[in-house]
Design a protein around this ligand. Structure first.
Ligand code: GLC
Ligand code: CA
Length: 568
């Protein structure tokens, strides 16, 4: 049966600011991306998700939009954007734009007008409330500042901002907001784009009454970080269904919602085809595997059995109900090889193992720029070297809570979003070929070893392995359509599963830096017999060896990954 194109797709996310600078101002831009389209095409990906390129004062690197119809000057012009779209389409690739409509910039003309007077015609475009006992209207914390409310002296009221003060939340209850945003979406679709990634889309409908969260304060000033309190409101589903019926369904496009706070149950309400809302959502449960009781900055060791349980929960939880999106990295997450692999001795092996996981689960894989090189976290020595407002907010809060500087810097080194935002290393020359000027954020100093030209020259590079995985997806339909069958679920070294479709695939991932051995019986129990055909491995000798006679059949090297097809 023919699948919708987005099920067979491999998506590649570009963070434009950090991809390729073309004019020496130190900031990546659209002409820079256009100059790298052949690289992306050769990698084999066929959909590009572009993080926001709209006009923005860049409080949050473009996730604060001041004009939805214009391109940020730093990134180029509408003509540059059109040549990107055309360049992709000429190569048979597609373009997915970021859609940021939970909030705008405070420099958007709507907000400038809204804040002028309580009687402003745009007042109800945002969420304004009078003070409560001289303070904020409720106890909600913001992601990027202590309170989610900002007092505006001009009119004596507070406005809601779940993110920074410069990102006021839109009031989706207002039909005019719906009309404006829907026609903006339609305008972009009419430019010929192929879909949207929808930023925190499950926050757009706010709970009636905007009541206090009943949870204990998470911030020293008494505010409560509790996104579950406003995520996934019924009104959000009403809006997304309406958007689907009135706009999206008129085009052959894909949609993926960024949805913190979803479980397979609540996610299926967005992605079940008969509900006519979205095609896919990004879940955050797996990204929480190393978060402690105090959240993401409270980084904890994670157990493979927990990691597998979360993967399996989504693989089986959405099976037959909706389509999974698969990611281990993006512009908000640390680098996957540093987080889930070994970025030192086994960087290559573990980066490839993680790639094997990403590409052989059920769902559409999303690659984040530089992941295909096995890029690592960066550990800048000083807070000043960082650029991300979330990182600064964390540091300020942690200081207030009494954490010392070394604990704070350590947490930043582990999970700051800037780990993912260092410039793309194209070669080992000055500034890695990213810019001829001064980069807006420093490069990862390991670019002399980890860069695109090195990876292209090395047949055993992570990049070459990504190409092989993408080819496998095109050649073996079971990768796309097969069901997921977890095996050895409690094993703390091995991640083993089958995919069952037209063929049966067996995937074995030795998720640790030690050798793991199986008895013949253990191997046979998961289907690994001498008849199994090895399709791919991150230990090149394995593939060259005839797997059949290999004595290492049931001995797995550190971070070894193998994909077999089983004889039926
Ligand atoms: C999403 C984006 C993130 C941004 C936030 C606010 O989580 O991925 O980068 O800061 O929304 O728009
Ligand atoms: Ca530039």
């Amino acid at each position: 049966m023919k699948q919708p194109w987005w099920k067979e797709a491999v998506v590649y996310q570009i963070y434009p600011r950090s991809f390729q600078d073309s004019n020496g101002d130190g900031i990546g831009d659209l002409p820079g991306i256009v100059s790298r389209l052949d690289y992306l095409n050769d990698l084999g990906v066929n959909v590009i998700w572009l993080s926001p390129v709209y006009e923005s004062p860049n409080d949050d690197n473009g996730y604060d939009i001041s004009n939805y119809y214009g391109i940020m000057k730093d990134f180029g012009t509408m003509a540059d954007w059109k040549s990107l779209l055309n360049g992709l389409h000429e190569r048979g690739m597609k373009l997915v734009m970021d859609l940021v409509v939970n909030h705008t910039s405070d420099e958007h003309p709507w907000f400038i007008e809204s804040r002028k007077a309580q009687t402003s015609p745009k007042r109800e475009f945002y969420i304004w409330r009078p003070p409560r006992n001289g303070k904020e209207p409720n106890n909600w914390a913001s992601f990027f500042s202590p309170s989610a409310w900002k007092f505006d002296p001009a009119t004596g009221e507070y406005y809601l901002h779940l993110f920074s003060e410069k990102q006021p939340d839109l009031n989706w209850e207002n039909p005019q907001v719906q009309t404006e945003i829907f026609s903006m979406i339609q305008w972009w679709l009419d430019q010929g784009i192929d879909g949207f990634r929808m930023d925190v889309i499950n926050f757009i409908g706010k709970p009636a009454g905007l009541l206090d969260s009943p949870r204990a304060p998470t911030h020293p000033d008494g505010y409560v970080h509790d996104p579950s309190f406003y995520a996934n409101q019924p009104f959000t589903h009403t809006l997304l269904h309406k958007l689907n019926r009135e706009v999206l369904s008129l085009y052959d496009v894909m949609t993926v919602g960024e949805t913190p706070e979803v479980t397979p149950e609540t996610a299926s309400l967005y992605v079940a085809p008969d509900r006519q809302e979205l095609n896919m959502v990004f879940q955050f449960e797996l990204m929480g595997v190393d978060a402690g009781p105090n959240g993401k900055w409270d980084v904890q060791p994670w157990k493979l059995s927990d990691f597998k349980r979360l993967v399996s929960k989504w693989q089986t939880g959405l099976a037959g109900r909706g389509w999974n999106s698969l990611y281990l990295s993006n512009h908000d997450q640390p680098r996957q090889v540093s987080r889930f692999g070994d970025d030192k001795q086994y960087r290559l092996e573990s980066a490839k193992l993680l790639a094997t996981l990403l590409h052989t689960l059920q769902g559409t894989p999303y690659i984040y720029q530089g992941e295909e090189l096995g890029m690592t976290n960066v550990a800048f020595p000083r807070l000043d070297d960082y650029r991300d407002l979330e990182t600064f907010h964390f540091a300020a809060t942690a200081r207030k809570q009494g954490y010392d500087e070394s604990w704070i810097m350590n947490a930043i080194h582990r999970v700051s979003r800037d780990n993912a935002r260092t410039p793309m290393p194209w070669n080992s020359q000055k500034n890695a070929g990213f810019t001829t000027g001064t980069p807006w954020i420093d490069l990862n100093p390991n670019f002399s070893n980890i860069n695109v030209s090195q990876a292209l020259a090395d047949p055993n590079s992570v990049l070459r392995y990504y190409q092989a995985l993408i080819r496998l997806r095109r050649q073996e339909p079971t990768v796309v359509v097969g069901t997921y069958v977890p095996l050895l679920e409690n094993h703390e070294q091995l991640f083993v599963y089958q995919r069952r479709g037209p063929n049966t695939l067996l995937i074995i991932l030795n998720f640790c830096g030690q050798t793991t051995r199986w008895s013949v019986n253990e191997a046979q129990a998961v289907g690994l017999t001498p008849h199994a055909i090895l399709l791919l491995s991150n230990y090149p000798d394995m593939v060259n060896d005839s797997a059949k006679s290999s004595p290492s059949l049931s001995e797995f090297q550190p971070w070894e990954a193998r994909v077999y097809r089983l004889e039926s």
